[in-house]
Write a protein that binds this ligand. Structure first.
Ligand code: EPS
Length: 384
């Protein structure tokens, strides 16, 4: 099974991602991993930390001659700001952060010890792991595209996500598909900065070319929609997510929600066509051959310059929450992390169905299944 564990503190020496379960023979394109790490650092409204750090992957194990060995892959990202041992211990927990909940959990007032691991800096390691998963998916013409849909309640114009969208997205400072929204959002960030505020937003992740049959309805925790939702909800500051029509489906009639099935000779996966994709590519917890479409809502970062009402844990007096530095908005960064975690979960589901020790085994398994899938309409599958 494909798994990832991460380790490392926000201002410790190194962030680590330990990826297990990759087939041997995958070319590990470190430039592609670094490009995704760089995208995660971008975006107006990010804190000065991103000017200090230049996130680059170091491969510590699992690769020989540029290709995976099938053994555990250890990825490292060094922190330039590795000042954890000398940074002060904030006296007053930040509402909305893990500070107070973590203090209760460890029955300690050492909020520094809590926030160092709770920080969203951890997502750099998960982004590196997701970039590796994206390399595996690319072998099978599967592409995962994350983009920003809204900031501070102001939505971008609706846009269809295709492979070509990445060029437009990568030219946008906000990782969006709407240059006009970018201009408005830049002003919103300036206003928020002047007011000592922070801004949240929405992002979408689309999986293109995902074959049908990934995930399972056979057991609740194998459902791919649930697994994708768990991945998205594990991103710091994400408070909600939806698949396809999502919450809007609850307000429509059944005939306005489900996607008709039509025969269209030449259509992928056996000549069946779905004229709409309201299901977001998932039916019964299994991919159905349509693009996977998931969205997540990110709350505003809880570290505010103006300091939310809090309490000094030692004296018990009311004080503003401790402020050192923070992002005003990191929705563009979260969209990259979303892309990474979705890529990882799709790669995991792909290898569950088509796995093998070597990349060649995986290709063989996929080709065998694809040949059978082409026979889904007609009497092909019934023949001996
Ligand atoms: C982050 C690095 C952090 C924060 C941010 C994410 O840098 P520092 O704490 O040194 O200023 O900018 O962390 C949070 C948003 C958070 O809530 O902890 C990064 O590299 O993504």
């Amino acid at each position: 099974m494909l798994t990832v564990r991460t380790a490392g503190e926000s201002h410790g020496p190194t962030l680590i991602a330990l990826v297990e379960g990759l087939p041997a023979g995958l070319a590990l394109d470190c430039a592609a991993i670094d490009a995704m790490l760089a995208r995660r650092q971008r975006g107006p409204g990010r804190s000065k930390r991103q000017q200090i750090e230049v996130d680059r992957v170091e491969v510590l194990s699992g690769v020989k001659g540029g290709r995976t060995l099938g053994s555990p892959l250890a990825l490292a990202i060094r922190n330039r700001d590795a000042s954890m041992e000398t940074l002060p211990n904030p006296p007053a927990p930040r509402p909305g952060h893990a500070d107070l909940a973590g203090a209760y959990k460890y029955t300690s007032r050492d909020l520094r010890a809590v926030l160092e691991r709770a920080s969203a800096r951890e997502t750099a390691a998960r982004t590196a792991a997701g970039a590796v998963a994206a390399l595996l998916l690319r072998e099978f013409n599967i592409q995962v595209v994350g983009h920003v849909l809204a900031i501070g309640g102001d939505r971008a114009a609706a846009a269809e996500v295709t492979l070509e969208s990445c060029t437009l997205r990568d030219s946008s400072p906000f990782a969006s598909l709407d240059p006009q929204a970018d201009a408005r959002w830049a002003q919103a960030i300036e206003r928020a900065a002047a007011a000592g505020e922070t801004l949240g937003g929405l992002f979408e992740v689309v999986g293109l070319g995902v074959p049908p049959g990934l995930g399972s309805f056979a057991q609740f925790d194998q459902r791919l929609d649930g697994r994708l939702a768990a991945s998205l909800m594990s991103i710091p500051a994400v408070k909600g997510c939806e698949v396809g029509l999502g919450f809007a489906a609850a307000e429509r009639l059944g005939s306005e929600v489900h996607d008709a099935i039509e025969v269209l000779p030449g259509a992928p996966w056996g000549g069946l066509h779905r004229p709409t994709n309201r299901a977001g590519g998932l039916e019964g917890g299994v991919s159905n051959g349509q693009p996977i479409v998931v969205r997540a809502a990110m709350k505003p970062i809880p570290t505010l310059k103006k300091g939310l009402p809090s309490v000094d844990l030692r004296s018990g007096s009311a004080v503003p929450a401790t402020y050192q530095r923070s992002d005003i908005c990191s929705v563009p960064a979260a969209s990259v992390v979303g892309e990474a975690v979705v890529a990882f979960e799709l790669a995991r589901a792909f290898l569950e169905k088509h796995g093998g020790d070597t990349l060649d085994d995986v290709h063989q398994s996929f080709l065998r299944w694809r040949k059978r899938a082409q026979e889904i309409v007609g009497d092909g599958l019934e023949s001996p």
